[in-house]
Design a protein. Sequence first.
Length: 209
Amino acid sequence: MSATLLILSAPSGTGKTTLARRLVAAHPGAIFSVSYTTRAPRPGERDGVDYHFVDDARFDAMIQAGDFVEWAPVHGHRYGTPRAAILEAQRRLAKAGEERRAAVVRVRTALAAAYATLTAAFAEATTLREESIPGGRRVFEATSEGYRQGKFSLLEVLDAQRTLFEAREQYIEALATYHKAVAEVERLIGGELTTVMGLAGPHSHGGQR
């Protein structure tokens, strides 16, 4: 990350301070540097808000201490830009950089977890749809036919039916987990996830009868 030092230069009374404050209001990360001056406050000006009003002795001491980035005499008075404002801007910039890096790590971690859940649910739903449910249906149909022929008991038919129903329920749960994971991935990437691993996803094949 980089910072921009914006200097507004214009004759006295042309609205530099007003413009600067509007810029700061429009950009929350911006800092307004309040200058020091040896002149007296004008009507309506507030110390520490419009300027830091100090006497010549204090201004001289600040020059000797290196507290100004720059200073200059203007119309018999002196004005100086405090170094502390620049240092504070650098501190905030460094903090923002650290927060941004931490946010990136958090998002990447969450994205990896969501994608792992998505792929696992996708694989489970696919297996249930293509293997477990068709297999369960075949067993149920065969058992039902066997029951009609007197080869299987009603209990065996009901057991085959229960197994088929459980596979369907697991499929629905896997689909729900899949769609929830897709929504989480889309939230994290800020866009639509149209395909997963080159496939449209288990939901595109419709439900099972």
